[in-house]
Structures are given as C-alpha cells and as structure tokens.
Design a protein around this ligand. Structure first.
Ligand code: IPD
Ligand code: CA
Ligand code: CA
Ligand code: CA
Length: 260
C-alpha cells in the first residue's frame, strides 16, 4: 500500500508542476465539448495522458477510466481500476486559475481502495482509503462533526439550484448558506474538512470516485438522490453529507425525483 501511495503522490505533484507552469505561461488551448460551458484544454488532455503513462508503467494490467481522451467508458471493473479526473473544474481553471483539482481513485474488484483529491493552487492533498485512514497533506484527519443541514453550509451545483429541483432550494434555505464553487473536488474537500454539511450535484464517476473513497472511509454518506449506490458508469444526480445532513437531504430529494 505504501508503494502505490508514494507513486500516486509523485505523479500528482509532477503533473501539478506542469499545470502551474501552464498557468504561468498563459498559453492555454481551450476547446468546447458538448456546449459552450463544457470546456477542455490542452492541459486536461496532456495531464490525463501523463497519468495514463504513469499508471501503465506502474501496473500494465490496470484499467483506466478517465474523463478525457476517449477513456470515459468502462464496463468491466474487475481487478485494479484507476479513475482519473485530470482537471476537475476546467471552467474555473480557464477563467479563475484557481478552484480546480486533480483527482485519482483506485478501486480493487469494484471496491474503493484509495482516493486522492489535490487542490493544485492551495496545495491541499486529501488522500487515503479504508485500510489507512484519511490525511490532509501529512496529517491524519478524523471525520467532521455530524452536523445537520441547519448547522452549516451546503455546496450545490448551480444548474440544479436554478432548475425544477424544488427541494434542493428548500435544503438550501434550511442551511446556513449555499456555496457553488463549480468544482466537485473543492466541494468534497470542504465536506471532508467540515466546511460544508453536504453537497448536491450532477456528477460523472470521475467527479466522485476519489472523494467517495475518502467519504466512505470517514463514515460520511453519498448516493444518488434516490438513495441508491452510485454505479460508477453513468452521470447521476449526487448527494453527499454528514450522516445527519444526508438523512435530512435524501428524505426531501426523493420527493423531488418524483416531481421532476
Ligand atoms: C465538473 C465540475 C463541476 C460539476 C460538473 C463536473 P469538470 O467537472 O466538477 O463542479 O458541477 O458536474 O462535470 O468537467 O470541470 O472536470
Ligand atoms: Ca469536463
Ligand atoms: Ca470533473
Ligand atoms: Ca475534468
């Protein structure tokens, strides 16, 4: 376990040097994917290629599921699977040059083994797994306080807050405030560090795979908004939170699903 953790950390730090250099050089190539709000840059693609090469050199038999470069579909989760989001929060990366993360998860026989979320600009790496616990850089961390919705901030996906999910707004009104960072990794770091009571979004497997390992290790909860386990295959409506907040949120969100 120590060897693979050491390897993955070294890839993350090396990749993030390149990402920082790209910001400094101010020479990004930005393209759109499905629509004008769905961006990809040369750095997303290069970072994924870089990680792919490292993974294959380290373990030639491992499978990779990643957002870019046509690696976004995997049906067989047997053996070792790496799930990669080279830059999570590409819009923020392009427009803010902050509030984006690099995320890697390792699943063994479809079970969570390791998760890494790196906030590149803040230099905060959350990492760990069920057999080793969760760490913020070099310091081991415990689960955050089990607060209810009314006791903290809720992270939300802006699209869902603005559409017909009436109960998402209701949950937002119950909370002490709503935050929309535009980056799943930033929200999941905040949840794990006790700065949010929950996060409601619409996510693909690479958006929640790494965070999911860490949440599960700490006894935090996540699922789709029907309360079912996330399937690692499709984009799904996503809810995560402290056990208490999660309970309150899913009770309301299941009503939303019926009306939407
Ligand atoms: C996106 C971000 C965003 C979330 C989207 C994701 P990307 O990831 O995490 O916060 O709302 O659903 O797709 O495309 O920037 O890696
Ligand atoms: Ca994307
Ligand atoms: Ca993402
Ligand atoms: Ca991405």
């Amino acid at each position: 376990m120590q060897e693979i953790v050491h390897e993955i950390k070294s890839w993350i730090y090396e990749a993030s040097e390149r990402i920082r250099a790209s910001i400094a050089s101010n020479q990004l190539t930005v393209c759109t994917k499905s629509d004008r709000t769905d961006l990809v840059t040369n750095i997303d693609k290069e970072t994924q290629d870089f990680l792919m090469t490292k993974i294959k050199n380290f373990d030639p038999t491992a499978k990779v599921l990643g957002e870019e470069n046509n690696q976004n579909h995997l049906t067989d989760f047997s053996g070792t699977v790496f799930i990669v989001d080279p830059i999570d929060g590409t819009m923020n990366f392009v427009l803010e040059q902050e509030n984006f993360c690099l995320m890697i998860a390792v699943y063994e026989e479809a079970k969570p083994s390791l998760g890494f979320i790196y906030d590149v600009v803040k230099d905060v790496l959350l990492w760990g797994g069920p057999s080793i616990g969760v760490y913020r850089n070099d310091e081991r961390i415990d689960a955050p306080a089990n607060k209810g919705v009314a006791e903290g901030l809720l992270g939300v996906n802006a699209g869902m807050y603005g559409t017909n999910f009436a109960h998402v707004r209701e949950i937002g009104n119950m909370a002490l405030g709503v935050r929309m960072s535009g980056c799943a990794g930033v929200e999941l770091i905040a949840l794990i560090l006790g700065k949010r009571i929950g996060y409601i979004s619409n996510l693909s497997p690479w958006d929640y795979a790494a965070g999911g390992v860490l949440l599960q290790t700490l006894g935090l909860k996540m699922s789709n908004i029907s309360g079912d386990a996330l399937n690692l295959s499709d984009r799904e409506f996503f809810v995560a939170g402290t056990p208490k907040a999660y309970e309150e949120m899913t009770r309301l969100l299941q009503k939303d699903e019926k009306v939407s």
